[in-house]
Design a protein around this ligand. Structure first.
Ligand code: SPV
Ligand code: MN
Length: 624
């Protein structure tokens, strides 16, 4: 180790921490940690390896620091984030540090690199005084695999470090093997000034991404989507790395769907936050590999995907024994669970949609809470947040797929794009081919906004591949990479679109929460050529008889022809209006849109116009 770094470390690290850092013979790492120590000025630095004792210590410190409080059930804790300003991802203050001679296009949130560094490093200066700094090593994807990306996380929050133990694979031993290589991601986080253990300086919250060095700074925030480096922060760096290296980094679940006999077919799915992604990956009877982040590579001509994570940071709202029996069991049994932004009464957590009445008083993110309590602006404070969450290890789940740690991932049979769409798309359909799916479903994805990000809810928003928030390269390049991915595959996965939120003229949802269990079975059969389909202008639709049989098989339900017609009627006008919105985005807002995008959208418009001329505005699937 260089003497100048050793000097910095000797002042703040005890012998075991110093030994752990010295064992990593990596100049860039030593420079990164030394810079963080000098900048943030912690009282002490704790370096953890992969050993269970270190991990247990972090868990204990999160409670001793009061960032988490123990609940009545053994292993359960609760953490609170600032209300109302730190309860979701903050897109406004998340920016790329872009050097003067580079541009990421006008769709991405950017700040000039030097000015941005000065600002965020200014907020980090001295931020850890009186506190301990944690240095942790994790791996994105299975270790020892072509997918693996090593990461180092520095934080002054034991809650962040504890969350990462549940969510990611240990990476210290793998880091040792890197030698002096520099191809890993670095994250530096400070929760900033705390009031009652909650980040207080919301006007100084910043998440700045220095992609030139693969370093991300996060300060004055605790919400995991803004702080846990390996989650959405790493996704941005991974998208750039994938672009350079010819693979894909996606905001997708990975799951195995059981087919006839013992067949298992793997699907991945991109849905904007709070639009059914986790609940799809958790469909009863199927197997979960992951619920949020997937890397794809072409291996021997086959599309293969891994779950980047090994845990879930999931939305707890509406988790109840009927809708999510498996997760509900984990959340109510002894074992490691971090609840965030729920209401606590007598050591028990409460959340909206838990299938039980909430107490009229308790403790939440504002401290003592009672029904009718108002905030400083006169608004009533809710008992729990809509984006309240739980953090668990996937290994606690009975339906975990055995392939989670396969270094080559799982073969992908189908890719699903889903959105929150009350009036346009049918519940499920299949693309005509790869380009049609990538363009008409993935790159045309719209969704109504939810509580997972700060800002207004229910606003229809463009969100291509549900990955727009995390794109770190120009949109056109990202679409091109998706289109090109199929050229290295013998048989590209089929592409599907799903919409669980379609409503009828009475404003009521047309589908039940569990209908998605039927849609995935239909898709599974389609992947193997075992179900027929009807050609509509927007894609291939299921046949009534197949769905009727599958509804009986999966849900023991009689599926009526009337329900089928209502759900699968092509809403021609709404589909044309959507095409117009998407067409305008690619024509006006995106530079260098690949021409094939406009061609595929134009062909879809032609098919819809022809159908309107022949059959009108609302066309039953039986008339196609
Ligand atoms: C999402 O909002 O997409 C999440 C949670 O998965 S967060 O960590 O906030 O990104
Ligand atoms: Mn997500």
């Amino acid at each position: 180790m260089d003497a100048k770094y050793a000097k910095v470390f000797q002042a703040k690290l005890d012998a075991p921490s110093f030994a752990k850092l010295s064992a990593l013979n990596n100049d860039k790492l030593h420079a990164f940690v030394a810079d963080a120590v000098e900048l943030c000025q912690p009282d002490s630095v704790l370096v953890c390896g992969d050993d269970p004792a270190g991990i247990a210590l972090i868990r204990r410190l999160a409670v001793e620091n009061h960032e988490e409080a123990p609940l009545a059930t053994p292993g359960h804790t609760v953490h609170f984030d600032n209300y109302p300003d730190d309860q979701g991802r903050d897109k406004e203050v998340t920016k790329y540090l872009v050097p003067k001679d580079d541009t990421l296009g006008k769709n991405l949130n950017a700040i000039e690199r030097e000015a941005g560094l000065e600002e965020v490093r200014g907020f980090l200066r001295g931020a850890m005084k009186g506190r301990r700094m944690y240095v942790r090593f994790f791996c994105l994807g299975p270790t020892g695999s072509v997918f693996s990306i090593s990461c180092v996380q520095i934080t002054d929050s034991a809650y962040v470090a504890h969350s990462e133990d549940l969510l990611y694979r240990p990476g210290y031993e793998q880091f040792k093997k890197l030698g002096n290589e520099t191809n890993y991601f670095c994250f530096l986080h400070s929760a900033g000034r705390l009031v009652n253990n909650i980040s207080a300086d919301m006007d100084k919250k910043r998440i700045y991404i220095d992609y030139t060095r693969e370093v991300i700074y996060s300060v004055n925030t605790q919400y995991a989507g803004n702080t846990v480096g390996l989650k959405k922060l790493a996704l941005r760096l991974a998208i750039r790395k994938a672009d350079r290296e010819g693979w894909l980094a996606e905001h997708m679940f990975v799951m195995g769907v059981a087919g006839p006999k013992d067949r298992v077919t793997y699907f991945t799915g991109a849905y904007p936050s709070a639009c059914g992604k986790t609940s799809t990956a958790m469909i009863p009877g199927e197997r979960i590999v992951g619920d949020d982040l997937a890397y794809f590579r072409a291996i021997d001509g086959q599309a293969r995907a891994v779950n980047v994570e090994v845990g879930i940071f999931g939305i707890i709202t509406d988790v109840n024994p009927q809708g999510d029996p498996v997760i509900h069991k984990v959340l109510t049994s002894p074992g490691e669970v971090i609840f965030s932004n729920v209401l606590v009464k007598d050591g028990k957590p409460y959340w909206f949609g838990m299938g039980q009445e909430l107490p009229k008083e308790g403790v939440n993110f504002v401290g003592q809470w009672h029904i009718g309590k108002i905030d400083m602006t006169g608004n009533e404070i809710p008992p729990a947040h809509k984006n309240a969450r739980y953090t668990i290890s996937l290994r606690a789940l009975a339906n975990l797929d055995k392939q989670l740690d396969n270094p080559n991932g799982v073969p992908v049979g189908g890719i699903i794009y889903g959105g929150r769409d009350s009036d346009t798309s049918v519940p499920v359909q299949q693309a005509f081919d790869w380009n049609h799916g990538i363009i008409a479903y993935g790159a045309s994805l719209e969704s109504e906004t939810t509580a997972a990000t700060l800002g207004a809810q229910g606003v229809r928003t463009f969100n291509l591949m549900s990955n727009l928030d995390f794109l770190a390269i120009p949109l056109s390049k990202y679409i091109r990479n998706n289109l090109d991915f199929a050229s290295s595959l013998q048989k590209p996965p089929l592409i599907f679109a799903a919409n669980y939120f379609l409503k009828g003229t009475d404003g009521k949802y047309l589908n039940g929460m569990r209908d998605k269990g039927v849609w995935v079975k239909w898709m599974e059969l389609r992947v193997h050529g075992e179900a027929e389909a009807i050609k509509a202008p927007t894609g291939m639709l299921p046949m009534y008889d197949d769905l009727k049989r599958l509804f009986k098989q999966v849900l023991n339900k009689d599926y009526s022809r009337e329900d089928y017609i209502r759900q699968f009627t092509i809403r021609v006008g709404e589909n044309l209006a959507k095409l117009e919105r998407i067409d305008r985005i690619y024509r006006q807002d995106v530079a260098d849109t690949p021409p094939v995008v406009m061609e595929v959208l134009a062909a879809q418009r032609k098919r819809l116009e022809a159908l309107r001329a022949a059959k009108g505005d609302y066309v039953s699937p039986l008339e196609l």
